[in-house]
Write a protein that binds this ligand. Structure first.
Ligand SMILES: Nc1ncnc2c1ncn2[C@@H]1O[C@H](COP(=O)(O)OP(=O)(O)OP(=O)(O)O)[C@@H](O)[C@H]1O
Ligand SMILES: [Mg+2]
Length: 294
């Protein structure tokens, strides 16, 4: 379990604790962090990429998230687990304002990306900076090359050679290049399920997102394809902040540095992954990870 061996020094000095946090960070404070005391959660050198404070989410009159507050560390993998319907996908979709495509939704609270309120930013720029990969791979009915080039062409400003270079780099980062380099202009639909999912990851990576959100990216894949994606995520975290929702607790334990447990729209506990799986602070978390419910 490689992520569990990541050194996470405890008890940083308070001055180090929020190193790199937003200039506007104080405006959003205080942040309630369930589990470890806030000062111990991020070691020195671990910076804050996103900060969510007092998030409530509504589908019309029905509330799906309640007062969710946490910080997401830069260039680490953060996983969210919890039973079906507890609000994991809803939470993920707030982080890049994707929920706005669903009519009747409403958000209260504060979501910051590098200290900036995402609701003050242009929505296209938020979605470029915070990319998303869905549960079911959804390649476009185009060639492998054109799938990955799609976002680059929409953004414009690149020569053909630059687009080709970025397509190759993204396919390499998504650990797919060797399997497709000889058939880049064939249909994406000719790829296997696991390859299609890595293609969707390559497509998301092509525009160089700072954060990559993945909603159960392996749920339709076999163990070999799943292992490939997990390995890929571990590598990506050096250059990208990864947030993954998964039903697979072993997967959360294998790939993530931090884990949050949601239950009925509330973030019950958020802590370092080894803490959540070895010594959860809350009984509800323990019941869930030991399979007593959910
Ligand atoms: N488009 C929607 N319209 C109305 N209610 C919705 C919509 N999407 C989700 N909900 C409701 O919001 C709550 C949280 O759903 P969400 O999809 O976020 O859960 P989840 O944790 O991702 O579940 P799963 O593990 O099954 O994917 C549920 O009660 C669900 O019924
Ligand atoms: Mg979901």
């Amino acid at each position: 379990m490689p992520r569990l061996t990541t050194p996470m020094p405890g008890s940083p000095k308070p001055s180090e604790e929020l190193a790199g946090s937003s200039p506007a960070g104080d405006a959003a404070a205080p942040v309630t962090v369930q589990g470890a005391a806030s000062a111990e959660l991020f070691g020195p050198g671990v910076e804050e990429k996103m900060r969510i404070t007092g998030l409530n989410f509504f589908y019309d009159k029905s509330q799906a998230l309640y007062d969710v507050s946490l910080r997401i560390p830069t260039n680490h993998v953060t996983a969210f687990i919890g039973p079906s319907g507890c609000g994991k996908s809803t939470f993920l979709r707030t982080l890049n304002r994707m929920f706005e495509t669903v009519k009747g939704t409403r958000v209260e609270g504060d979501v910051r990306l590098d200290g900036e309120d995402i609701f003050d930013l242009d929505v296209t720029s938020v979605r470029r900076r915070v990319g998303m990969v869905f549960q079911k791979s959804n390649p476009f009915p185009k060639s492998i090359f054109d799938n990955v080039a799609y976002g680059l062409r929409v953004n414009g400003g690149l020569s053909r050679a630059q687009v080709a270079e970025r397509v190759e780099r993204s396919l390499v980062r998504a650990a797919l290049w060797d399997e497709v380099k000889h058939k880049l202009h064939e249909s994406a639909y000719g790829l296997s399920g696991g390859q299609q999912q890595r293609l969707c990851i390559a497509r998301a990576l092509a525009v160089d997102p700072e954060v990559l959100l993945l909603d159960e990216p392996c749920s339709a894949l076999d163990p070999i394809a799943t292992a490939k994606i997990e390995e890929l995520l571990l590598g990506l975290a050096d250059s990208c902040t990864i947030v993954i929702v998964t039903h697979n607790m072993q997967q959360a334990a294998r790939v993530s540095d931090y884990t949050g447990f949601f239950l009925m729209g509330k973030l019950v506990e958020f802590d370092r992954t080894e803490q959540i799986f070895q010594a959860p602070a809350r009984k509800e978390t323990e019941d869930y990870i030991t399979g007593r419910f959910g």
